[in-house]
Design a protein around this ligand. Structure first.
Ligand code: PRX
Length: 655
């Protein structure tokens, strides 16, 4: 548990000179293909944000028009005050009233291979019915609903039903453990949980209901559980609390209307890791989030009416919320959704899906791309990928080699790559190329989106010269920004608005090149990015310390070829367990312990036992030193504040 060392300089080492303009063929068909026009709109979005955002917002349906586009009393914001809308209406009803009524909204493929397609009308009917079910179970506008599911089509149905009646959802990734579930359910005080018996992944079942059941022993406030039958594994339901989805839906009628909601009505809470303490419940509200996800989806993915669009994220993360569900459906897109793993039954599953469904746009993560590189080119090469016209990445910095592989092997040098930088907190893309007008450079998320005033500053908030590393901050409010940390406004102010007063602090280091392109250099706080998912070092440490053998733990990230970052834990054991430390079995036990406490994503790649941890005189663990040791590098930089110099030598010995 150390303080942030924001004062340390960030060195920029990446030098990448390649630039790729869109092909003439792509540009000619692109929605936005005049660079001067894009420049004009971007300027307008900064200089006259009201005019710009009002125009975008008016492409959506409002039950009641807004009176004020933006009210900003830093760090508190309101977008489209006085306006009333419903995101489920904008995703569904609006299209059903148009020629899109019978267009496929979701094409879903299960891991075992079954395919289910929902047209906009069919999806609306299911959502209306499930919204009625929620009401019948007593869910009212404003009540929180926790959702713990796999990638079944009923997951988006459940989310849209919540949005329809104004009940904020909190989707908890299906890989999280029971205790992670307890923390989140408690924090948002959900009274209803939606789950399923299990989900299919890598040919086996990921059990979900049993995890919920265990969690609920510690969550007495939960009154009802709706269970989708997916795998068919027998489960024991508790009468009066647990209900089968299919039984409730059998008697449900369509017709539950979309509730007109105030623009600032809470839409969802999504938990993410911060640098300290328990996970943060990032709160997003209706109007701004709708407008921001709508615009960015339309422009960055350059959506065409006949496209099949596939985002490979899990809906349990923000990417799934914004770019599987809400952005694309507001645009009337056809979304492909896949339930399972990329290596089932073979290593070519993704390419097989693209070939069979003729996918046009693929949005995935650098960690997946690096895995595919490792698996070998023969897998994509065995398939016809000619339907692809645009590729995207998100979640972590992409190394130029992986970017080039994506371009050459998957995109066959035809498809632009949109590298999109954003966060759970930002709600939608912040830095990204609009592909018909912004040439791309391998490894850069290019330039700020409209309405985004991004700058790179030093610790005092002064803009640093181009080419020099610094902290990425956002100077102006944007529509999809988080409104607060649920139940903890103080933390919202401290974490995001206090490092550089008046600016949103992203927690990322970056530099800008002479063309105004941004290059993200990773986190500057105690957050590790494993496979594109944020984990707080503090959470992993807390999990370790809760094991009876552990006295103290410090967790750091180290570069990992596939996952971006791997986790190394330095652990000192209690006296009576020191001997046990000699047993390799304890290392494995601790790794499993963390999996059980948080989820397998957080399992340390390596545990190192150490007698003591390096600390400053004020008692803070010197994580920077541990990071250097974990990466096998030399200890550089300043160690003068170290309390006990012999620790360093001993840590090296204990390697
Ligand atoms: O460090 C940045 C990295 O992921 C963090 C946000 O993580 P999360 O809230 O889980 O959201 C991930 C999906 C939006 C950022 O602070 N990150 C995300 N996208 C990129 C990125 N780093 C570099 N390039 C990106 N395109």
């Amino acid at each position: 548990m150390s303080g942030n060392n924001y004062a340390s300089p960030i060195e920029s080492i990446l030098h990448e000179g390649r630039v790729f303009a869109p092909s003439e063929e792509f540009r000619a068909r692109a929605l936005m293909n005049d660079p001067a026009e894009y420049e004009r709109l971007w300027r307008e979005s900064i200089e006259e944000p009201d005019a710009f955002w009002s125009r975008v917002a008016s492409e959506l349906h409002w039950f009641q028009p807004w009176q004020k586009t933006l009210e900003w009393d830093c760090p508190w914001v309101k977008w489209f005050s006085g306006g009333q809308l419903n995101l489920s209406y904008n995703c569904l009803d609006r299209h059903v009233a148009s020629a899109r009524r019978n267009k496929a909204a979701i094409i879903w493929e299960g891991e075992p291979g079954e395919i289910r397609t929902f047209t906009y009308q069919q999806l609306l009917t299911e959502v209306e019915k499930f919204a009625g079910v929620l009401k019948r179970l007593g869910v009212q506008k404003g009540d929180r609903v926790a959702i713990y599911m796999g990638m079944a089509p009923e997951l988006p149905i459940a989310m849209l039903a919540c949005a329809r009646i104004g009940a904020p959802h909190s989707v908890i990734f299906g890989g999280f453990s029971a205790s992670a579930l307890v923390d989140r359910i408690h924090d948002c005080q959900a009274t209803l949980v939606i789950t399923q018996d299990g989900s299919f992944r890598k040919g086996t079942e990921v059990k979900l209901f049993p995890v919920v059941e265990e969690a609920l022993k510690a969550c007495p406030a939960v009154q009802s559980v709706v269970v989708l039958r997916r795998t068919g594994t027998p489960i024991e339901m508790q009468a009066g609390r647990d209900y089968w989805w299919h039984e409730l839906m059998a008697t449900a009628k369509p017709g539950t209307r979309a509730e007109p909601l105030e623009s600032e009505h809470p839409l969802f809470i999504l938990y993410t890791s911060g640098s300290t303490g328990k996970p943060k419940g990032v709160l997003h509200t209706t109007g701004g989030y709708s407008v921001g996800t709508y615009l960015t989806t339309k422009w960055v993915f350059d959506l065409k009416e006949d496209d099949i669009y596939w985002c490979t994220a899990d809906i349990g993360w923000v990417t799934g919320h914004s770019y599987i569900l809400y952005g694309p459906l507001q645009c009337g897109a056809t979304v492909l959704m896949y339930e399972g793993a990329p290596n089932h039954p073979q290593l070519d599953r993704f390419w097989d899906i693209i070939e069979r469904h003729r996918v046009n746009i693929l949005y995935t993560a650098p960690t997946a791309i690096r895995t595919f590189i490792k698996w070998g080119d023969e897998h994509p090469n065995a398939h016809d990928l000619s339907s692809l016209r645009l590729l995207g990445t998100v979640g972590e910095p992409i190394n130029p080699e992986a970017w080039m592989w994506y371009r050459e092997v998957i995109g066959k040098n035809r498809c632009p790559i949109v590298d999109t930088w954003w966060q759970t907190e930002t709600g939608h893309m912040m830095l990204a190329p609009v592909p018909g007008v912004v040439p791309t450079k391998p490894g850069s998320a290019t330039r700020p989106m409209p309405g985004v005033l991004a700058e790179i500053v030093d610790k005092d908030g002064n803009v640093v010269p181009d080419g020099q590393g610094g902290f990425l901050v956002i100077r102006r409010p944007w529509p999809g920004m988080l409104r607060t940390i649920y139940g903890d406004p103080q933390r919202y102010v401290e974490q995001y608005w206090s490092q550089i007063p008046g600016s949103y602090f992203t927690g990322d280091g970056a530099h800008r090149d002479k063309d105004g392109y941004f290059w993200i250099m990773g986190r500057v706080d105690d957050v590790i990015n494993v496979s594109g998912h944020r984990l707080s070092t503090m959470e992993v440490e807390s999990a370790l310390v809760s094991h009876p053998a552990v006295a103290e733990a410090a967790v750091v990230g180290r570069p990992d070829e596939v996952k971006g970052q791997g986790i190394v834990a330095f652990v000192s054991l209690n006296h009576e367990h020191r001997e046990a430390g000699m047993l390799p079995g304890l290392k494995e036990e601790l790794r499993k312990w963390v999996s059980k406490e948080i989820g397998s994503l957080a399992r340390p790649d390596e545990i190192r036992f150490t007698e003591i941890l390096p600390k400053t005189r004020s008692g803070k663990i010197m994580r920077r030193l541990l990071r250097e040791i974990a990466s096998g590098g030399e200890i550089k930089g300043d160690v003068t504040t170290l309390e006990d110099f012999s620790v360093l030598a001993r840590l090296k010995e204990e390697e």
